[in-house]
Design a protein around this ligand. Structure first.
Ligand code: CP
Length: 312
């Protein structure tokens, strides 16, 4: 693996899932790989899990880590070519990415979408610019449209908890007071298409994700019907894709409850708003596997970094 911008960069999904589970059992077995290597963890946006788990993963592999909050700590970055930079931005990505590449061996980047400029968000301008002008591999720690490290952790979690060969997995939309990106549900949907599960999506009408991502995944607008006989229920809010970045539905009836969950395991990428997205009762129950899911963020990051280090 020479970069990790999206799930397409993974050569074999089933192999990487089992490699992640092996690393979880022996976290320090490849400590030599990262000796004298440095990863730069660059964040335009807040993070708890991604920041700590990716740092831990890098350290388990023997790497040094440098962390930067790009919005707060560095010069305002310009991404447009040919701009007269006489306003808010002070440094062009061409220089910034080239300079950072001299200090680190891998760049890991978090850059959320604007949710106002659909075209630019879909083009993945920020992470693609880093990739274009950096001379080291780039790892996606959640971009405008994708959160592949999360999806890999989700697949590892399903592999660990599944009790049948082909479990039923439901991605269920939930209400939220803020407009949230599509990266997590996009990557989860893509991942579910790659592993052996019976996958359906449920959301209010008008909340369809990008059809280029959902492809022929069944979409069921009736949540109760979609949840029937589910083994795993992945709950997530996203803002409208059609009416880009808008909140068109706040219906609390979409909140996940223990009654709706049935016997399924409850999954969520976190952070989660209690009693808005899901009830306390669900999160406090033994059916919730969100803590185990968050733990798997370390092993998904570690397996990706291991493959990249092996190709440096
Ligand atoms: N799930 C996830 O990416 O969490 P953070 O935003 O806290 O990193």
């Amino acid at each position: 693996m020479k970069q990790f911008l999206d799930l397409e960069d993974i050569p074999n999904i089933n192999t990487i899932i089992s490699d992640a589970i092996s690393l979880k059992k022996e976290p320090f077995s490849f400590e030599y790989l990262g000796k004298n290597k440095t990863i730069g963890l660059l964040f335009f946006n807040s993070s708890l899990r991604t920041r700590m788990s990716t740092q831990k993963a890098a350290q388990n592999l023997g790497m040094n880590t440098m962390i930067m909050n790009l919005n707060a700590d560095v010069w305002g970055l310009e991404f447009e070519d040919g701009t007269v930079m006489n306003a808010g931005t002070a440094e062009h990505i061409k220089e910034a990415a080239a300079v950072i590449s001299q200090y680190v061996d891998i760049i890991a980047l978090r850059a959320f979408p604007s949710l106002t400029d659909k075209e630019k968000d879909l083009e993945e301008t920020v992470i693609k610019s880093f990739q274009k002008y950096a001379s080291v591999p780039v790892v996606n720690m959640e971009s405008a449209t994708a959160h592949p490290l999360q999806a890999l952790a989700d697949a590892v979690t399903i592999a660990e908890f599944q009790q049948k060969k082909k479990p039923k997995v439901v991605l269920s939309w939930a209400p939220h007071p803020r407009a949230l990106p599509h990266a997590v549900p996009n990557s989860f949907a893509k991942m579910m298409q790659l592993i052996e599960v019976d996958f359906v999506i449920t959301h209010p009408e008008g909340y369809e994700l990008n059809p280029e991502i959902t492809k022929n995944t069944p979409i069921i607008y009736n949540q109760d019907e979609a949840l029937k006989d589910a083994d795993f229920v992945y709950v997530k809010n996203w803002s409208s894709f059609k009416n880009y970045g808008q909140i068109d539905c706040t219906d609390q009836n979409w909140m996940m409850t223990l009654e709706k969950l049935g016997n399924a395991k409850f999954m969520h990428c976190l952070p989660v708003r209690r009693n808005v997205v899901v009830t306390d009762e669900v999160l406090n129950s033994s059916q919730s596997i969100v803590i185990e899911q968050a733990n798997n963020r370390t092993w998904s990051a570690q397996v990706v970094l291991k493959h990249i280090l092996e190709n440096l």
